[in-house]
Design a protein around this ligand. Structure first.
Ligand SMILES: *Cc1c(COP(=O)(O)O)cnc(C)c1O
Length: 470
């Protein structure tokens, strides 16, 4: 008679941590994995942001489990092929280097393996998430009734916001309901509309001005036109930090209009929301406190490891109104409610841990430094780009995009491809968005490793790239 089947340990590593004694092999394994990671960071500036072509290890499990060394070597292969956000020239996207405390918290989070689904599966962490959301809500100026929930990314936060807005407007049964957002609003809204079963024209876009900000008169006009048509508007979405330009819609004025028209205001602050955390930078998103709901993504500039997004609501009870099912197979919540009853996700990791520890590591001063540093780098680059020959798009945040003035769409496309490639060869990575029918090169200045020398080189190469156009 065979006893309980045993998983054979790989070399000396047990597949699960021993529950009754300290396991030095486990410690060694984690230390070796950490050492590989530290080495990966240490060599970041030798390689570019993008890896050379690399091999992948086998995906299928072998008949017998691998040894510790084989596991680490497999990991190494994948690491070799990874994007390197810690390279100073990694300037293409909203993906900064990870905060070191966030990395440690992610490891602990995996070890705890708690579940934000229900309070008894994450007693301390459920409370930590609630408190962290309240802290954010308070910082962003929301009322005392406010609260929030963590979500695996801003797309999900935006989707939840739209579901809540629809419910509060009592429009659940009306597929004709409309969402108004600027033409530069994020693509996740289009996805939300599809998932919500709304009409294909439910996302109606409002034009933007020269600076990429929502045109207020147009918004007012569109709201009136909808009313005349008898078509309900479930929410206006203002963007605090658009994807290409980093523009911030006129939040105060939009909020006034929404209040007058009694329409839900969601602020998509996935990029810009964090600027409200310190008094020194809060003015760039003035009016964010007037929102009914806010998306904020600490993963995007603060360096909290992915994913880290919060949906904040001015009235915490709106979360449960939209998402509660009763969760009949769980003990009742004893605190503020089960994590799965205040949001769309069921099982989810305690992403709050790396957010909380990361912010504690930074401190107020560190947060301010990161935010101000990013804005300053954008200003510095903007000063060095040849404004007489580039169309420069920027806002008050840390993004800037440019395209040659004297070029048609085709030439801009050719220029952007060639220039991005030649910049990559110099270990400078920028992105190439198609924006209003024209290719731009976009630089995101959220990387704290980027120094003036990198910005000088980038500006010089960008300015020189225009010579190829003539
Ligand atoms: C990044 C972003 C989102 C989506 O966030 P994800 O975490 O990528 O899902 C939404 N809105 C804006 C403005 C963004 O920049």
């Amino acid at each position: 008679m065979a006893g309980t089947p045993q998983i054979r340990p790989t070399a000396t590593l047990a597949p699960f941590a021993k529950p009754d004694r300290f396991d030095p092999e486990l410690q060694t394994f984690l230390e070796q994995a950490s050492a590989r990671l530290c080495q990966w960071f240490a060599t970041a500036s030798n390689r570019g942001p993008l890896p050379a072509l690399s091999a992948l290890p086998d995906v299928a499990p072998q008949p017998q489990g691998l040894s510790v060394d084989a596991l680490l070597d497999d990991l190494q292969l994948v690491m070799e092929g990874a994007y390197q956000p810690s390279h100073p020239g990694a300037l293409a996207h909203l993906d900064p280097p990870p905060l070191t405390a966030s990395i440690a918290a992610d490891l602990i989070c995996a070890g705890l393996n708690n579940n934000l689904l229900a309070e008894e599966l994450s007693p301390s962490l459920s409370r930590l998430e609630r408190e962290m959301c309240r802290w954010f809500a308070e910082r962003l100026g929301l009322p005392l009734t406010a609260g929030g929930v963590a979500a695996s990314g801003g797309s999900l936060s935006n989707l939840m916001a739209m579901v809540i807005a629809r419910q509060q407007a009592d429009l659940q049964d009306d597929p004709r309901a409309v969402v108004l957002a600027s033409v530069d609003a994020h693509v996740s809204l289009a996805k939300a509309i599809r998932v919500m079963g709304l009409a294909s024209d439910a996302l109606q876009t409002v034009p933007v001005d020269q600076k990429g900000c929502m045109n207020l008169d147009a918004l007012e006009h569109q709201l009136k036109a909808l009313r005349a048509e008898g078509r309900p508007c479930l929410a206006v979405v203002a963007t605090a930090g658009t994807t290409v330009q980093g523009a911030v819609d006129p939040l105060v004025a939009v909020a006034e209009l929404c209040r007058r028209e009694q329409v839900w205001l969601h602020v998509d602050g996935a990029i810009g929301g964090v600027f409200a955390l310190t008094a020194a930078t809060a003015s760039v998103v003035e009016g964010i406190s007037l929102a009914d709901s806010i998306t904020v993504n600490p993963q995007k500039l603060l360096g909290i490891t992915k994913t880290s997004s919060l949906l904040l609501v001015a009235n915490q009870s709106h979360l449960a109104s939209a998402f509660s099912t009763g969760l009949p197979y769980m003990e009742p919540a004893w605190g503020d409610g089960h994590g799965s009853e205040i949001g769309l996700q069921g099982t989810r990791p305690a992403e709050v841990l790396k957010l909380w520890l990361g912010l504690r590591q930074l401190g107020e001063q560190g947060i301010q430094c990161l935010l101000e540093g990013a804005i300053q780098r954008r200003q510095s680059l903007a000063r060095q780009l040849d404004a007489s020959r580039f169309i420069l798009l920027s806002g008050p945040l840390h993004l800037i995009a440019c395209t040659p003035k004297n070029a048609d769409a085709y030439q801009a496309s050719v220029w952007s491809l060639a220039t991005r490639q030649s910049l990559l060869e110099q270990q400078l990575m920028v992105s190439r968005p198609l924006h209003h029918g024209r290719h731009f090169l976009k630089v995101v200045l959220g990387n704290p490793h980027t120094q003036s020398i990198h910005l000088n080189r980038l500006a010089t190469l960008m300015n020189q790239s225009l010579l190829g156009l003539r």
